[in-house]
Design a protein around this ligand. Sequence first.
Ligand code: ADP
Ligand code: GLC
Length: 497
Amino acid sequence: MRIVIASSEAIPFSKTGGLADVASSLSKALAKHGHDVTLVTPYYRQILAKANGKVPPLNPLDQTIRVPIGNRMVEGKLVLSTLPGSTVRVVLIDQPQYFDRTSLYGNGEGDYADNCERFAFFSRAVFEAATVLRLEPDILHANDWQTGLIPALLKAEYRWRGGFERTASVFTIHNMAFQGQFWHWDMLLTGLDWKYFNWHQMEFFGKLNLLKTGLSFADKITTVSPTYAREIQTPEFGYGLNGLLYSRRDDLVGILNGIDTEVWNPATDPLLPQRYNHATVSQGKPVCKLAVQNKYGLPDRPEVPLFGMISRMTSQKGLDLILDCMRQLTSLDLQMTFLGTGDPGYEHALKRLAAEFPTKVGVTIGYDEELSHLIEAGADIFLMPSQFEPCGLNQMYSLAYGTVPIVRAVGGLADSVVDASEVTLSQGTANGFSFYEYSSPVFFRQVCRAMGTYLDRKTWLQLIQTGMERDWSWNRSAYEYERAYEQACIHRHAVVN
Ligand code: ADP
Ligand code: GLC
């Protein structure tokens, strides 16, 4: 198949969250399966400049693309590249006015005021790039609100243009919490007819909603775990779009993300002081643990359980649960390390705790790829008590690195972590600890359970081995995307005929 994947972020070019990992690693997995894959993403010049040579060669094309935005024509350029170690063609959309900024979506004061315009431009530029490069895709795969216009543009406008006659669209939800909502006059920027601004297509309580647009027009909808696919059809997780998702439930499928095992593999990871696999984890992990303790200035104590958390610091990630029981946590014989950035309230609270308990709590505020690998390898236990979690990647990195996760059983966390009960331990499926009720006492009990099990070395090693032995790569999920693409093509033909 000829597949074009559009994403507002993609490693190693840009990243604010898991979408960047998924866009690139899914593209690579599909290319390995023999598909012709093109990944289209914005050219964030300032972000790329900070990447210190980690980015593959970039080849600017001479050709200019022209995109209608409202009543203006906005010009852009294309820059070509390849995803390292793959045949995936990368097209970066260069439009300095929109994308040459310090951040992807906003600054300290909030989201950029022209985000609708920026991503309306990007969505149309994907079609223009496909035309210039004669990609003639079978599948246009859009991700999250930033590319929500793509399925609508395909249906309303481009499907009659040369090169898109047989194209079907797939839209993937990575997070329902971000919907791309703008005042109604931004409809003019999309270039789409006002007739689509109605309650079952683009309008949501008087506003233009780009996530809803993607969901309404896509031939097939996917989300990033089977449990999240069910959850978002309910009011608790659907953020007002649960009715629409329920009405499209036959076109909606949940596919668990995979991880890029070329990057996240403890046996080959160049960022670890000692590499290890499931057979050598007992020798390798203590060396990495010591490196984490040194990095955070925590006492070198091999016997004490070391907890790790790497996260955007937002309410989604369950930091309230942790902070609410921090007094009890620090009364236990443990060490905790945090790496993340985000909400200043959480950042300050954690920094205060690190100052108060320097032998127990270590905090790094910031984004640090290298340290994230070290924590995944060196920690004994990983914390991910998310309020909601469409998929989550860190729990899978943890499982692959022999780090036992404590998670809330929602979304992809429920689909990847099997709670250690008598039954699951005897069946050999247990790989972590999970709980459902979103409350600090319940979370604290899981920490105590995990610490109790940690002392039982045989059971602990069983949990580690079970996590490490499962294949967390894209192997299985890439096939599921292929099936979703095939269904999108069939569905599209059904609609067109
Ligand atoms: P989300 O996309 O909701 O943030 P995911 O678990 O899907 O959550 O993906 C988060 C990704 O970002 C992971 O690859 C994680 O390692 C990475 N990450 C988050 N915060 C940091 C940080 N401060 N430093 C390094 N990597 C981080
Ligand atoms: C979103 C979700 C996260 C998911 C990621 C990649 O950022 O919050 O759970 O893993 O997208 O799909």
